[in-house]
Design a protein around this ligand. Structure first.
Ligand SMILES: [Zn+2]
Ligand SMILES: [Zn+2]
Length: 370
């Protein structure tokens, strides 16, 4: 192992001498970039990205068409991630207290995020999405993501990824584990949809891939340190069985069609993959989105703005009721709009932002029987 990795806290050995000129976050960021992983700063002591500049915080502003990344600012979280040595030195050299996030998609990473949260068990249909667990199966003792993932691996006759000593594994401050893998094709896999339901590999097991970031080992938040286990510091290739499971659970490879997209675009496919046919946030959103995406068949006079505004209003309500995150909603709406009206991203972004802001004042709670 190279000596600088000891300084990173990336080895089990004691960290290097404190007289080292390079603070750990900068060393971590440089090390990640050297692995080919674009990095972006995290807010001091937190696991969220460093804040946007004043212009980017204004209502109605979105990342599409924003000049900040080009001009070297870290606005818009993982979208600003870079491997540029000067930029990295400037960001972490000027703010040595920032943490380090890695943008998974462009890094070609698929990270299995295993949680150990104390939560009551959900309905058994949600423990392993798509895999029915009969009523007679006793679930006593199953309490977190380590257990659901172990059960999934066992069902497939595969080794438990949490115990995969051939790849980089990072212990989180809350007792969870990040298992890092390399994707055969960079950017092909989608992240899980988050805690609001939708895509997940298993209960308390999410996937960080395209559209997401992961906290680099060596980063410390107020909750504690993200510490690499053992001695392996390189992600292994994503095991084939896990790739199959990711595909089965809707973390599908992303289409990147050139020019105007056919209907239904990526966004609608994402909604469908996330359970658009069922009741729930994605189901509700998919029905209003269908009207937006249908506009792709016509270039004029079908009320695109009004339909996008309505979908954004609905999404705003779903976000403020906690059914999906603002980030997810914006991504889905922007994808749908770009599919229907390519090249009008700026205008669409304004409609989306104002529609979501208006909708967020009317939280849209989805009852179990609604
Ligand atoms: Zn900015
Ligand atoms: Zn911006």
């Amino acid at each position: 192992m190279a000596p600088e990795l000891h300084l990173l806290g990336l080895s089990t050995a004691r960290p290097g001498p404190l007289s080292s000129a390079v603070p750990q976050p900068l060393a971590t960021a440089r090390w990640c970039a050297a692995q080919g992983w674009p990095v972006h700063p995290l807010a001091v002591g937190r696991k969220t990205p460093a804040g946007n500049c004043e212009a980017c915080r204004r209502p109605g502003h979105t990342y599409s068409g924003c000049p900040c990344t080009t001009e070297g600012r870290w606005c818009h979280g993982f979208r600003a991630a870079t491997r540029d040595a000067d930029r990295i030195d400037r960001w972490w050299g000027g703010h040595p207290e920032f943490g380090v996030g890695v943008s998974c998609g462009p890094a070609g990473l698929v990270v299995i995020d295993i949680d150990a949260h104390r939560q009551s068990l959900p309905d058994r249909s949600r423990l392993l999405p798509g895999i029915p667990i009969p009523d007679h199966v006793d679930l006593t003792g199953l309490t977190n993501g380590f257990h659901t993932l172990a059960v999934l691996a066992a069902l497939r006759g595969a080794p438990d990824p949490a115990a995969d000593g051939s790849t980089l594994r990072v212990r989180t401050p809350s007792g969870g584990l990040h298992v890092w893998y390399r994707a055969p094709e960079a950017g092909a896999w989608r992240s899980s949809a988050g805690s609001g339901g939708g895509r997940a590999l298993a209960w308390q097991v999410d996937v960080r891939a395209h559209g997401g970031y992961i906290i680099a080992p060596g980063t410390t938040t107020r909750a504690g340190a993200y510490t690499a286990l053992g001695t392996v510091r390189r992600p292994a290739v994503l095991p084939a069985w896990l790739a199959q499971e990711l595909e089965r659970t809707g973390h599908l490879p992303q289409e990147r069609p050139a020019g105007p997209k056919p209907v239904p675009p990526r966004a609608l496919q994402a909604v469908i993959a996330a359970g658009g046919g069922r009741q729930g946030a994605f189901g509700v959103l998919s029905s209003v989105l269908a009207e937006v995406t249908a506009c792709a068949a016509h270039t004029e006079g079908v009320g695109f703005s009004e339909k996008l505004n309505r979908a954004s209003y609905t999404a705003g309500g779903l976000v403020s009721a906690g059914h999906l995150t603002r980030e997810q909603a914006e991504q889905i709406l922007q994808d749908a709009a770009a599919g229907a009206r390519p090249g009008q991203e700026r205008r669409a972004a304004q409609i989306i932002r104002s529609g979501m802001t208006a909708g967020s004042r009317r939280p849209l709670y989805l009852g179990r029987h609604g």
